[in-house]
Design a protein around this ligand. Structure first.
Ligand code: HEC
Length: 145
């Protein structure tokens, strides 16, 4: 009888531990990061990069001011060629200082906000782009750099 009680308690504690682990998708991104990242993206980034991160229509062509329009971040542009740390740096610092037109976000977004946005983006990339990125840089989304 006592033995059974111990076994049951043991099983309960194992399931409690499993429940405490945040569930992540196959790209290492938790549901919390995914939903917060999506909201932050709509609030701060969609006006230039598009609500679905599809980029500005002519993103490959410089505008009259010599600057490029916002590129897609949905896995069809170049973003997946960059390591996660480089994506985070672009978001943190923007590109104004290097002649581009993206503002810096480091005063408005905490580091885990930036990771949540990257998590939302990579979760939506086509499998081909995501798998190439993961092969190159490791499973690093969702703040697991
Ligand atoms: C005012 C328009 C604008 C806003 C707002 C903006 N971006 Fe950008 N972003 C750009 C442009 C333009 C580029 C391309 C670099 C350049 O020429 O400045 C870029 C580049 C990037 C890149 C690098 C992409 C690559 O292929 O290398 C990332 C990542 C990025 N932006 C993420 C974000 C995120 C996340 C936000 C919101 C927090 C955001 N951007 C808000 C205009 C913007």
């Amino acid at each position: 009888m006592a033995k059974w009680t111990i076994l049951v308690l043991h099983a309960l504690s194992i399931s409690a531990v499993a429940a405490a682990e945040p569930a992540v998708n196959d790209r290492g991104v938790s549901f919390e990061q995914f939903s917060r990242g999506g909201q932050l993206f709509q609030k701060h980034c969609a006006e230039c990069h598009g609500a679905a991160a599809q980029g500005a229509p002519d993103w490959r062509t410089r505008g009259p001011d010599g600057r490029y329009p916002a590129p897609p971040l949905n896995g069809t542009g170049h973003a997946w060629h960059h390591p996660p740390a480089a994506l985070a740096k672009t978001i943190r610092d923007g590109t104004l200082a290097i002649g581009g037109s993206m503002p810096s976000w480091k005063d408005e977004l905490a580091e885990d906000d930036i990771q949540a946005i990257i998590g939302w983006l990579v979760s939506r990339w086509p499998a081909e782009a995501y798998e190439a990125w993961e092969r190159k840089f490791g499973k690093t989304a969702g703040g697991r750099e």
